[in-house]
Design a protein around this ligand. Structure first.
Ligand SMILES: [Zn+2]
Length: 272
């Protein structure tokens, strides 16, 4: 989708070449603004897990080595003109972080297909959090979240971030009991499964997501007839809970056009 690429070029040239001087990426050719921004966000969000950037001999494709296994994942695949569905199915890392995550809800309609964080590269999550169900299981620790014992991935500080968010939310609930139903019942954390209606792995597979009370957090697929642009549902959700999560590096599915209001996901790259 050329308009998307244009948006990227426009929005990201501001980032300049802040990363290129580090030396670690010397194997790569010069970085454009999109690439520099992507690397900066990933290096801040995943310290010590982002390694070498290399370029194919033809200069069209760039790859990043990631994680302890040094998995090589597409950083810039050189494919322009992807449809929204193609971006969901087969993104590169630059496309995964292209949409800036907004900290507010100050708009009258949610932009069509604006889903910051919903475009995910499976290989990236596998490299950071575990390449199989058993590998993820080996990284699970138990976190106390508002009185529940939940399993979360300890890699890259995810479990510690959830514990901190949980303490903040427990204090909020104590001060305002109206919030309690949101955390009295949880939808869950770890489940090695695909996203409903797709063959893509859910972020729950990597134990970096938590669903609060599903009956109080609408999901677009279950909300037949709802307008996905509508702000009412999003604005009705407790902003204090959302802010507590965001302050610890979690994005909220309420800030997706394809909304998932119960869903919070550890994505520290969005808060660099
Ligand atoms: Zn979820």
């Amino acid at each position: 989708m050329s308009s998307r690429r244009s948006f990227l070029a426009h929005a990201l040239t501001l980032a300049g070449s802040a990363v290129g001087a580090s030396g670690i990426f010397a194997a790569s050719s010069a970085l454009n603004g999109v690439e520099s921004r992507t690397l900066t966000l990933l290096r801040k969000g995943y310290p010590n897990l982002i390694h070498d950037l290399t370029t194919d001999p033809d200069g069209l494709r760039k790859f990043l080595t990631i994680g302890e296994s040094r998995a090589r994942v597409p950083f810039e695949d050189g494919k322009a003109g992807k449809s929204f569905e193609e971006l969901l199915e087969n993104p590169d890392l630059a496309e995964c972080v292209a949409d800036p995550y907004p900290l507010d809800l100050n708009r009258t309609k949610w932009p069509v297909n604006f889903d910051p964080g919903r475009i995910r590269l499976d290989g990236f999550f596998r490299a950071i959090y575990g390449d199989s169900q058993n590998a993820v299981r080996a990284h699970l620790v138990t976190v106390d979240f508002c009185g529940h014992k939940v399993a979360f991935n300890r890699c890259n500080g995810a479990a510690e971030a959830l514990a901190r968010a949980g303490r903040k939310i427990a204090s909020l609930v104590e001060a305002d009991p109206k919030l309690k139903p949101h955390v009295e019942t949880l939808g869950g954390t770890f489940a090695w499964r695909t996203i409903e209606g797709t063959s893509r792995l859910s972020a729950h597979s990597f134990a970096v997501s938590i669903d609060l009370n599903p009956s109080l957090g609408a999901y677009w697929r279950w909300s037949k007839g709802a307008s996905l642009e509508e702000m009412k549902l999003r604005k009705a959700y407790p902003v204090s809970i959302v802010s507590a999560f965001e302050s610890e590096g979690f994005i909220w599915g309420g800030k997706w056009y394809h909304f998932d209001l119960m869903h919070f996901e550890y994505r520290p790259e969005y808060f660099g």
